[in-house]
Design a protein around this ligand. Structure first.
Ligand code: FES
Length: 165
């Protein structure tokens, strides 16, 4: 096996990666390069994002060039190389939500949380994202926090949504 853990030195908010745990995930996929996406998804489930040390370890173990690993990690939108918050706030900016004021809602979230869209709050509680149609246009503008939907939102309801978590 390998060394037990690795860390980037704390830069960029990265966590210390338990390489034994990552090895377990690699083993689960038979140490097969074809399983790299599944490995990354499992690692993300573990850490809520894909730590760079884990990407490097998977690539090293599988003999995959690091650049290739990053290509996979950045191609799939569901994977994040940046630490994520405990909760993900998705503000829909699809056509219906856009027309009914979605942009004002997301701007209010940015102000309320002091964070830019795509980023995570300093306390790692929330990640703010914009998304395209969430499939419930009758509720526009729609905000989804993990599994919970908030319909017909306005800038005025943003505080309420944040408080609910
Ligand atoms: S456009 Fe927002 S849910 Fe469809």
């Amino acid at each position: 096996m390998t060394q037990s853990s690795a860390c980037c030195g704390g830069k960029g908010g990265d966590v210390t990666v338990d390489l034994a745990k990552v090895d377990g995930i690699i083993d689960k996929y038979g140490r097969d390069r074809a399983g790299i996406l599944g490995m990354f998804q499992d690692i993300q489930r573990e850490y809520r994002y894909l730590p760079k040390d884990a990407v490097a370890h998977v690539c090293r173990t599988l003999g995959v060039p690091l650049a290739k690993g990053y290509e996979v990690a950045t191609f799939f939108k569901a994977l994040s190389l940046k630490p994520r918050g405990k909760y993900t706030i998705q503000v829909c900016l699809g056509t219906a939500c856009h027309l009914k004021g979605g942009p004002n809602v997301i701007e209010q979230f940015e102000r309320e949380l002091s964070v830019k869209t795509g980023d995570t709050t300093a306390d790692k509680k929330f990640t703010l994202e914009s998304v395209n149609c969430l499939g419930a246009c009758a509720l526009a503008p729609l905000v989804r926090v993990d599994e919970k939907d908030f319909g017909k939102t306005t800038p005025g309801t943003v505080k309420k949504v944040v408080k609910a978590f």
